[in-house]
Write a protein that binds this ligand. Structure first.
Ligand code: PLV
Length: 322
């Protein structure tokens, strides 16, 4: 049996969120993972499958995939190189280096950093760890649904699952997890910020498209193109995926409210999902018939993120909320 790198995270009931939504809200606390986000589930699994004999790994990242890759590489005794775009906060670069990774800063957005990671994998013979587009990542991420199902018990099922979408790896993993536990009738509410909205744009266009630029401050949602598998799930008719957007301001306010009410600091990438609760989107979807009334328990994936501290939060507040 190979060892797991991820933890079985707590499933917490949020009284204040439940009051706002009018149904019980459960928080799957992926911020508690050793690397600070859910990414370690998929990346741990992928590295176990692909990097056993590797001379080192290379990962392109907005930050959190890199944190997971660096953590896993350290545990496996492998060197890790993480390529991040220049939009990545210095605190993330420092945290990656503290985790033992060599950090390269290349390009303006994740897509530029990814091109460099592909080149390094090729020229240096390193194992490529993609942040969201790989079936082994989805298989690894699926474990969060199985854990939630075990924690809820045999007779309970969510009325909906709320999560954030960057490149779509978390979404694909949750779909796999829903399939594994027989919950394909549970709708998924897939949130992005305006300006990092490759999934929503693809749905509106009826095909995968590449955004011209990332203009949102939620840099960890900032892939210009959603992975094909996530788009295909949205079109398959196998399950109900509701794609919606919040502004950067709403995502940041959600981060602040979550800190006040749950005493947990998360990134704006995570705030995008939390904002669906705080901005009244769930009720709006119910009124429009997109979600049933009454709604069963709402399962929120608190995806977490390491790219935030008080200083970063203050500067985001000054930039977006003043
Ligand atoms: N972040 C990726 C992609 O960035 C990364 O490299 O870390 N919540 C958090 C805290 C995240 O860090 C990410 C992805 C997501 C949500 C979205 O996950 P995805 O990409 O699997 O949809 C460009």
């Amino acid at each position: 049996m190979s060892q797991h790198f991820h933890l079985n995270t707590p499933l917490l009931e949020s009284v204040s969120m439940s009051k706002r939504v009018g149904t019980t809200v459960y928080l799957k606390m992926e911020n508690c993972q050793p690397s600070g986000s859910f990414k370690i589930r998929g990346i741990g699994h992928l590295c176990q499958q692909l990097a056993g004999q590797s001379r080192g790994i290379v990962c392109s990242s907005g930050g959190n995939a890199g944190m997971a890759a660096a953590y896993v590489a350290r545990r496996m005794g492998l060197p890790a190189t993480v390529v991040v775009p220049s939009s990545t906060p210095q605190l993330v670069v420092q945290r990656l280096q503290d985790q033992g990774a060599a950090v390269r800063i290349v390009g303006k957005v994740w897509d530029d950093a990814n091109a460099e990671a592909l080149r390094l994998a090729e020229t240096e013979g390193l194992t490529l760890v993609p942040p969201f587009d790989h079936p082994l990542l989805w298989q690894g991420h699926a474990s969060l649904v199985a854990e939630a199902a075990a924690a809820l018990g045999p007779d309970r099922k969510p009325g909906a699952i709320l999560l954030s979408v960057g490149g779509g790896g978390l979404l694909c993993g949750v779909v796999h997890g829903l399939r594994d536990v027989g919950w394909m009738d549970v709708p998924i509410i897939a949130m992005e910020t305006v300006g990092a909205d490759c999934f929503n744009t693809a749905i509106k266009a009826g095909k995968v498209v590449t955004l011209e630029d990332i203009t949102s401050e939620a840099k960890c949602l900032g892939a210009k193109t959603v992975c094909q598998a996530a788009f295909d799930f949205s079109q398959s008719g196998e399950l109900n995926i509701i794609s919606d957007l919040v502004s950067d301001q709403e995502a940041l306010k959600a981060v602040c409210t979550f800190l006040d009410e749950e005493r947990v600091l998360v990134e704006m990438a995570c705030g995008a999902a939390l904002a669906a609760v705080y901005s009244g989107l769930i009720a709006r979807l119910q009124n429009q018939g997109g979600l049933p009334t009454p709604l069963g328990p709402l399962l929120v994936v608190v995806c977490g993120g390491s790219g935030i501290n008080m200083e970063q939060l203050d500067s985001l507040r000054q930039k977006l909320l003043s």
